[in-house]
Design a binder for this molecule. Structure first.
Ligand code: PMT
Length: 420
C-alpha cells in the first residue's frame, strides 16, 4: 500500500527528531517516495545527509538558499504529495501551522499542499497540555488535520508523562490509515474474528489450538488501509493491535459469540477467521486439579484423567439459522444492514468436500479454505495457500502467498458483494 506513494516527512527540532530517521527508512523500504523537509531547529539534532542517504532523494531545508530552487520547488512538492506527515511536531511548529504562518520550507509547504496532513506531536507534557498547544491542536483538527496522540512514558527530562513520540509501527499504521481513508471500504464497518479461543479446564489450564491470529490481524490491517472502521474480536494472541483498529478481547467461544452478535448489528461484513473451539469442558474446576483428582474429575488413582467436553455453539451456523428464522434458533439482535458473511475452513483432509459443506450449511457469501497440515499454510505461518469458494459454487485456487496477499485477495472479493 505504500509502494510509489509520495509522502513528505517534515522533521521539527525536538529530542524525538532522531526517531524520524527510522520512519523514513521504513517508508523507503516499503517503496514509498519520501521527500524530507527538515527545519533549521531539527538540524541541531539530526543531519540532512542522514535523511538524504536513507530516502535516496534530496532533502529540503532552507527556503531561502541562494539558487532560489527551493523556493520554486516547494509548490511542486506540495502539489505532488499524497500525504504530509510531521514527525515530531513541536509546539512551535504546531502554533505556526494553526495560525497559517509560512516562514520556513515546512510551514510553507503545509500551507500550499492540498494533501492530507498528519502530525505527531512530541514534547514535554507541560508543553503538550498547555492550553495554547491544546487550542492550536483543536484548531488543526477542526481543519481536518489528523493528530496522533503522543504516548505516555519516560520523557527526555527523566519525568514520566504524556508527550513521547509513538513508536514507528504506530506511525506507519497511522500513515497507512490516512492514505487509505477514501479506499474501497470507506464508510464500511467490518467485524473480524481472529485467534483461537481458550476453554478453561481449571484456573491454570485450558483447551486451545494453534491459531496465532496472524490471518485475522492481517485482514484487519488490510481493511483499515482501505478505509473501513474495523472491529477485531480477538482470542488471546501475542500480536500488537494494529493502529486504528477497535479491539474486543475475548477468551472463550461463548464470549466470542456474544461479542460478534453485539458488533454485527450495524456492520456490513463479518469475517470469521478465528479458530473457535468446537468443545469446552462441561465444568470448570474452581481450583487447580491435583494429580490425585478433585471434586470435578473425581479421584484418578489409575494415572488417568477424563475431562467431559460439551459442544460450543457454532457462531456462523447459529447466525444463519437465526437470519432464516429457523424455529428454536437462538435469536440474533436485529441487523441494521445486509451483512456479508465470510467463513474460513481449517482442514487436514478432504478440503474441497468439507469446505463446500461448510459454505452451504453456514450459508456464507464466501468461504476461505486452508489445508492446515501444510508447512506453508494455516496456523502460525506468514504465508497461506487458500481456496476461495463463492455462494454460487465457483471455486478459486490461489497460489501460496504472504497472508497480506491473501487478505487483499479476500477483500477484493468482498468489495463487489457490497455493491449488490
Ligand atoms: O491465526 P493463524 O495462525 O494465522 O491461523 C489462521 C487460521 C488457520 C486459524 C485460519 O486461516 C482459519 O482457518 N480459521 C478458521 C479455523 C476454524 O475454526 O475452522 P473450522 O473449519 O473449524 O470452522 C469453520 C468456520 O466456522 C470458521 O469461519 C470458524 O470461525 C467458524 N466457527 C467455528 C466453530 C464455531 N464454534 N463457531 C464458528 O463460527
Amino acid at each position: 500500500m505504500l509502494l510509489n506513494r509520495r509522502i513528505i516527512v517534515g522533521v521539527c527540532g525536538g529530542i524525538a527528531s532522531y526517531k524520524a530517521i527510522d520512519l523514513v527508512s521504513k517508508l523507503q523500504q516499503a517503496g514509498a517516495l519520501v521527500d524530507v523537509i527538515i527545519t533549521e531547529n531539527a538540524e541541531e539534532f539530526v543531519r540532512p545527509l542522514t535523511f538524504a542517504t536513507l530516502s535516496h532523494r534530496p532533502v529540503f531545508g532552507d527556503l531561502w538558499e541562494p539558487s532560489g530552487e527551493a523556493a520554486e520547488t516547494h509548490i511542486a512538492l506540495a502539489e505532488n504529495a499524497e500525504l504530509l506527515v510531521i514527525v515530531p511536531a513541536t509546539a512551535n511548529t504546531i502554533a505556526r501551522l494553526a495560525h497559517g504562518m509560512a516562514d520556513n520550507m515546512l510551514t510553507t509547504v503545509a500551507l500550499a499542499t492540498r494533501a492530507p496532513v498528519l502530525i505527531a506531536p512530541a514534547m514535554h507534557s507541560h508543553m503538550y497540555t498547555h492550553p495554547a498547544t491544546q487550542a492550536n491542536l483543536a484548531l488543526l483538527r477542526e481543519r481536518g488535520v489528523t493528530v496522533l496522540e503522543p504516548a505516555v512514558g519516560k520523557l527526555a527530562s527523566g519525568e514520566t508523562g504524556i508527550g513521547r513520540l509513538p513508536d514507528t509501527a504506530t506511525l506507519l499504521g497511522a500513515i497507512q490509515q490516512v492514505l487509505g481513508q477514501h479506499g474501497d471500504l470507506a464508510g464500511r464497518r467490518v467485524v473480524i474474528s481472529a485467534g483461537g479461543t481458550h476453554e478453561a479446564i481449571d484456573p491454570v489450564r485450558y483447551v486451545g489450538n494453534h491459531s496465532s491470529g496472524k490471518m485475522g490481524y492481517t485482514l484487519a490491517t488490510e481493511a483499515r488501509d482501505r478505509g473501513a472502521h474495523v472491529i477485531l474480536v480477538s482470542g488471546p494472541v501475542a500480536l500488537p493491535v494494529p493502529y486504528g483498529v477497535e479491539l474486543c478481547s475475548v477468551e472463550t467461544a461463548l464470549q466470542m459469540r456474544d461479542a460478534v452478535y453485539h458488533f454485527i448489528t450495524d456492520a456490513d461484513v463479518l469475517i470469521m477467521s478465528a479458530a473457535v473451539a468446537d468443545f469446552r469442558p462441561a465444568q470448570v474446576a474452581a481450583h487447580k486439579i491435583k494429580k490425585s483428582g478433585n471434586e470435578v474429575t473425581g479421584q484418578h488413582e489409575d494415572g488417568e484423567l477424563a475431562i467431559h467436553l460439551v459442544q460450543n455453539p457454532d457462531i456462523l451456523a447459529e447466525l444463519a439459522a437465526s437470519l432464516n428464522g429457523v424455529a428454536g434458533s437462538r435469536p440474533v439482535p436485529p441487523l441494521k444492514r445486509r451483512l456479508i458473511r465470510v467463513g474460513f475452513a481449517a482442514e487436514t483432509q478432504n478440503l474441497v468436500e468439507h469446505a463446500q459443506e461448510k459454505l452451504r450449511r453456514k450459508q456464507l457469501d464466501l468461504l476461505v479454505a486452508n489445508d492446515v497440515s501444510r508447512d506453508d499454510s494455516g496456523f502460525g505461518t506468514d504465508t497461506n495457500k487458500v481456496l476461495i469458494f463463492h455462494a454460487d459454487d465457483a471455486m478459486e485456487d490461489l497460489p501460496v502467498m504472504p497472508k497480506t496477499g491473501v487478505a487483499a485477495a479476500i477483500w477484493d472479493r468482498v468489495v463487489p458483494l457490497l455493491a449488490v
